[in-house]
Design a protein around this ligand. Structure first.
Ligand code: NAP
Length: 329
């Protein structure tokens, strides 16, 4: 049965940012709920090994996720399963109504959006048809199905570079196909990739189409050279696509300020253009998207939300609550 719940802070999404915001909001004795459609962890659950989170030279993604969740729960943040479908500031007093698929409504004076993003698709023929039959967006979820295979990874950023390297644990051969002549990935990831004998780089090419066999599994990729327009074929039984993320902002009131890609704009305190609505992590416009930046954002967002609530309680919601410093991109 659909229920109405009251909280001080509703956090949408239990990735690193959501769980860290939950921890800080809980520590501030705010009644806090973190809503998540699946298991807590977000992108941590799609990453085998984290090696750039200070204090942990290496830690498994799912282990770090569990530590974050336990830590937030220890300070009183509640975790609830729910697919959020809408979050709007409807009431005259600034209360947000966050609605889940099951019809539950969460009322709160502040919301912290930490909903992350969804992998961008290539949008080429065969990609959707062969999703789960050779086409994947998650190496850690699907890598083991490609033991001994020849596969392709698409993209030139940190994700593609890191995951191409990871996939050589299973695949016999990994082609990294990039649309330009240089990677945008960080140098340490590039070095590791270039040193991996199982990886071959294919520069300046894009995928035109994914083709399968009579059993409905991927067998071949049609490629195109971006400079010469020449087409070629690559025999591969898997294609992992890592060409970036699209922020999950569809649930938010359309009037919130965002950049051209849809990432939410915030001030230095993670406050969006809607008063009481904060954003942290991959959903926010910023230079880079790391676990470290997500938890930094989230710390600021939770503390700013606490100050905002205090100002509301003190009876002066019309005045700027906290320093802004303008929106950041
Ligand atoms: P990204 O940095 O935006 O890179 C996307 C890559 O895909 C780019 O190389 C881009 O090419 C290419 N691309 C985009 N659209 C394409 C298309 N239609 N066809 C072919 N190629 C296409 O995305 P990301 O790698 O997912 O990383 C997202 C954020 O997460 C970044 O801030 C990254 O630093 C962070 N991250 C960090 C780590 C880590 O540090 N271990 C791991 C994963 C992600 P161009 O280069 O030509 O634009």
């Amino acid at each position: 049965m659909a229920t109405t719940h009251n909280y001080d802070v509703v956090i949408v999404g239990a990735g690193p940012a959501g769980m860290c915001a939950g921890m800080y909001a809980g520590r501030s004795m705010l009644k806090t709920v973190v809503l998540e459609r699946g298991f807590p962890g977000g992108e941590l659950l799609n990453t085998e090994l984290i090696e750039d989170y200070p204090g942990f030279e290496t830690i498994l993604g799912h282990e770090l996720a569990q530590k974050f969740a336990d830590h937030a729960a220890k300070f009183g943040a509640e975790f609830q399963n729910g697919v959020v479908v809408e979050c709007v500031q409807k009431r005259a007093d600034g209360t947000f109504e966050t609605r889940t698929e099951s019809g539950d409504v969460y009322l709160s004076k502040t919301v912290i959006v930490t909903a992350g993003g969804t992998p961008i698709k290539l949008g080429v023929p065969g990609e959707i048809e062969y999703a789960g039959k050779g086409v994947s967006y998650c190496a850690i979820c699907d890598g083991a199905f490609f033991r001994g295979h020849t596969i392709a990874v698409i993209g030139g950023g940190d994700a593609a570079t890191e995951e191409a390297d990871f996939l050589t644990r299973y695949a016999e051969k990994v082609y990294l196909i990039h649309r330009r002549g240089e990677l945008r990935a960080s140098k340490i990831l590039q070095q590791r990739l270039f040193a991996n004998p199982k990886v071959e780089l294919i520069w300046n090419k894009t995928v035109d189409a994914v083709e399968g066999d009579t059993q409905g599994l991927v067998r071949n990729l049609k490629l195109r050279d971006v400079n010469t327009n020449e087409t070629s074929e690559l025999a591969a039984t898997g294609m992992f696509v890592f060409v970036g993320f699209r922020p999950n902002t569809g649930i938010i009131d359309g009037h919130v300020e965002h950049d051209d890609m849809g990432y939410l704009l915030t001030d230095a305190n993670m406050h969006t253009s809607i008063r009481g609505l904060f954003a942290a992590g991959d959903v926010r416009a910023q230079l880079t998207r790391q676990v470290t930046t997500a938890v930094g954002d989230a710390t600021t967002a939770a503390i700013a939300a606490e100050k905002y609530l205090k100002a509301l309680a003190d009876g002066d919601p019309s005045e700027p609550i906290i320093g802004s410093g303008g929106y950041t991109v």
